[in-house]
Write a protein that binds this ligand. Structure first.
Ligand code: OSB
Ligand code: MG
Length: 369
């Protein structure tokens, strides 16, 4: 498909409640939306880099720079065959996976619109609805956390993830476990521990957790191996897995037993599927992570999570858990069985609320060949 133009939107959207992790607190979420035009069709993508370089080194501004100055020149006016062709063209740009993935998503949406197929079908997804959970940020106190979790459980979420950090780990997780003895519960440290400080996490092993996500630094695959040896609870890697090679290293080193897949972190849906396939062939469960996406990224996550190897509930909550007003006309709602329906429409299966998009846009830039 011939790429006629690429438009960038830097957005800031108010979250329904602040989201706090070991690396910081977000009250508003920033992201970059990418619209790619080809033959009167428009494909949309979401780059999940946000305001601060807290999750990884990218930010909305670095992604803007990389897309505008390096990725766009590789595709504008060119005939791009598919995601593989796109990745080949941007292979000379080192890193910046969130930026690349946002553009790749828009190309997938375009491909779907051109061929009349849904993203789910393009990726080889099988399910019509996917199991989901909710990711709960750090709260004022363990008691406040238990109250917040109660609200979500009563709202229908059958799996809960809580954020932890040094000093706010075993106490928080125990409070939730005490209030909900049978809840499917997991924790996420977002790389806040070293092998030394992670000794404090040992009591988590007695709380019947589904998994412990990314306790150590992102470049510590080997130390995760040492940690996994000491825990019965599966370690799950998020930040550490940026490429299919990293997934292989982690499994060969026995650094984890589960992998969280985020298309953004691994530079696009094509690599996300590759990691899914690699893990499935080895019976390693994967699940779909989230980055507080708008309706665009949420539709993409649902399509990805419909692949058969995504056997654990994803961090893909209903739209109302994040935003009062979203930029898609479609809003995603939770079914009674803690699932969300996978969009059936062509491409991502969502339509843009132009007025909402405009109202959240800080800067807009249209690029042509
Ligand atoms: O580590 O999974 C994470 C949000 C922003 C950055 C990193 C993470 C998260 C979440 C939120 O946990 C998941 C969601 O989108 O609901
Ligand atoms: Mg995580």
């Amino acid at each position: 498909m011939k790429i006629d133009s690429l438009t960038l939107y830097h957005l800031r959207m108010p979250l329904v409640a602040p989201f706090e992790t070991s690396f910081g607190r977000e009250v508003d979420r920033e992201c970059v939306i990418i619209a790619i035009q080809s033959d009167l069709l428009t494909g949309y993508g979401e780059c999940v880099a946000t305001r601060d370089p807290g999750y990884n080194y990218e930010t909305a501004i670095t992604a803007w720079h990389i897309i505008k100055d390096f990725i766009a020149p590789q595709i504008l006016g060119k005939d791009i065959r598919d995601a593989v062709d796109f990745q080949r063209r941007v292979a000379g740009i080192r890193g910046h996976h969130l930026a690349k993935a946002g553009v790749e998503m828009a190309l997938w949406d375009l491909t779907g619109k051109r061929t009349g197929k849904s993203l789910r079908d393009l990726l080889g997804g099988k399910r019509e609805r996917v199991s989901v959970g909710v990711s709960v940020g750090l709260q004022e106190s363990p008691e406040a956390l238990a109250r917040t979790v109660t609200g979500y459980v009563e709202g229908g979420y059958a799996r809960v993830k809580i954020k932890i950090k040094p000093g706010r780990d075993v106490g928080d997780a125990s409070a939730v476990r005490k209030a909900f003895p049978n809840l499917r519960l997991q924790v996420d440290a977002n790389s806040a521990y070293s092998l030394e400080s992670s000794k404090a996490l040992k009591p988590l092993d007695d709380l019947n957790l589904l998994l412990i996500e990314q306790p150590l630094h992102e470049d510590d695959i080997w130390d995760h191996h040492k940690l996994q040896e000491q825990f019965r609870t599966p370690i799950c890697l998020d930040e550490s897995i940026e490429t299919p090679r990293h997934a292989r290293y982690a499994l060969e080193m026995k650094a984890c037993r589960i992998i969280n897949i985020k298309a953004g972190r691994v530079s696009g849906l094509s690599q996300a599927v590759e990691i899914h396939d690699y893990c499935s062939a080895r019976n390693v469960p994967v699940w779909c992570g989230g980055m507080l996406e708008t309706g665009i990224g949420r539709a993409s996550n649902l399509a990805l999570a419909s692949l058969p190897g995504f056997t654990l509930p994803g961090d893909i909550s209903a739209s109302d858990r994040y935003y009062k007003r979203d930029i898609t006309r479609e809003r995603f709602t939770l079914n009674k069985d803690s699932t969300i329906d996978v969009p059936r429409g062509i491409g991502l299966g969502v339509t843009i609320d132009e007025e909402a998009l405009g109202s959240f846009t800080l800067t807009r830039l249209k690029l042509k060949p």
